[in-house]
Design a protein around this ligand. Structure first.
Ligand code: PEP
Ligand code: MN
Length: 342
């Protein structure tokens, strides 16, 4: 952070700023030109410091330099994070596909989907047991029963499972069934939940909030990392914009931005980003071309009768078709599809 003093500041005003910085146990680097005096702040700063210093007499501006997050940044952690779940490696050279229904509805629905997506090449089974819903009248999931069905599907197929956790109090029970815990878009800034999933020893996938900037998303990741859980995956699932033709707007550029700024793996979710099944495959292919480490895709045996997100769910045939189209795209960028979990 650097403090720029107004032209004509007196020595006592400059000293006032220097003393305040030193009182906070931070160091200074003074640069006094003919007109301007600039004071560099050295050491671990914090967001409120900017306002504290700006209020001091004759301070012209206070400019933060560097990123407000540290553990999530590539600068601090240059080597890419690789998250391994059973034999599935996320964030390495290979593309990982997570697929399954939006919500676990019953055993048949889940098991038939698990078998079909696995046969088509998916590596990880997804399915919501605790469902966040905008409307309280929507299906809110089977809860514990749903978790048990996920565990049964894993036992039958050998695929690791990912499912959402919505409250800090549910973290332990969800962690006892799931291989990866998902923090949904609506909970990206549920800071007590972030703290709790930061304390467990299982991988977590943090979805981007509906209206969150990339910086806010990486600060949410910082909460989890700072509690000690480094097995963290990010997921871009579209953001809210003025566009109404799609459910959300897929922020494709977030994928290479995350790759430039962070070491964390990134998964793309074209299902929630678009909200329409016939847009899912093109956006999935674009996401892989843009550098995503994998995909999360909603698949249902009969999307027309799905209890949740039927409009964006792929049929088994459409999912298989997507998996076939993915191969040449992965190859074109020097990657291939993972065979883990299959
Ligand atoms: C989901 O994955 O089913 C889900 C609810 O996603 P999001 O949190 O991105 O809306
Ligand atoms: Mn869904």
């Amino acid at each position: 952070m650097i403090v720029v003093m107004k032209v004509g500041s007196s020595q006592s005003e400059i000293d006032g700023v220097i003393n305040r910085i030193k009182e906070l146990n931070l160091g200074i680097h003074l640069s006094q030109g003919e007109e301007h005096t600039i004071i560099g702040v050295l050491g671990q700063t914090f967001p409120e410091l900017q306002d504290m210093l700006r209020l001091l007499p004759n301070v012209e501006d206070v400019i933060p330099i560097g990123k407000p997050y540290k553990l999530a940044s590539k600068e601090f952690h240059p080597q890419n994070t690789i998250v391994t779940v059973k034999d599935v490696v996320i964030g390495g050279d290979e593309i990982v596909v997570m697929a399954g229904p939006c919500a676990v509805e019953n055993e048949d629905q889940l098991l038939s989907t698990a078998r079909e997506v696995q046969a088509a090449g998916a590596n990880i089974l997804r399915g919501g047991a605790f469902k966040p819903s905008t409307s309280p009248y929507s299906f809110r999931g089977l809860g514990l029963e749903g978790l048990k069905m996920l565990a049964k599907a894993r036992e039958e197929t050998g695929m690791p499972v990912i499912t959402e956790v919505m409250t800090p109090g549910d973290v332990d029970v969800v962690a006892s069934y799931a291989d990866i815990l998902q923090v949904g878009a609506r909970n990206m800034q549920n800071f007590f939940l972030l703290d709790e999933v930061g304390k467990i020893k299982k991988p977590v996938m943090l979805k981007r909030g509906l209206s969150s900037t990339i910086q806010e998303w990486l600060l949410a990741a910082e909460y989890i990392l700072s509690q000690g859980n480094e097995q963290l995956i990010l997921c871009e699932r579209g953001i809210r914009t003025f566009e109404t033709a799609t459910r959300n707007t897929m922020d494709i550029s977030a994928i290479p931005i995350i790759k430039l700024q962070s070491h964390l793996p990134i998964i793309a979710d074209p299902s929630h980003a678009t909200g329409q099944w016939n847009l899912v495959s093109p956006v999935a292919l674009a996401s892989i071309a843009a550098g995503a480490d994998g995909l999360m895709i909603e698949v249902h045996p009969d999307p027309n009768s799905a209890l949740k997100d039927g409009a964006q769910s792929l049929t088994f045939d459409n999912f298989q078709h997507l998996m076939t189209s993915l191969k040449p795209i992965a190859q074109a960028i020097g990657r291939k599809l993972s065979s883990g979990g299959i």
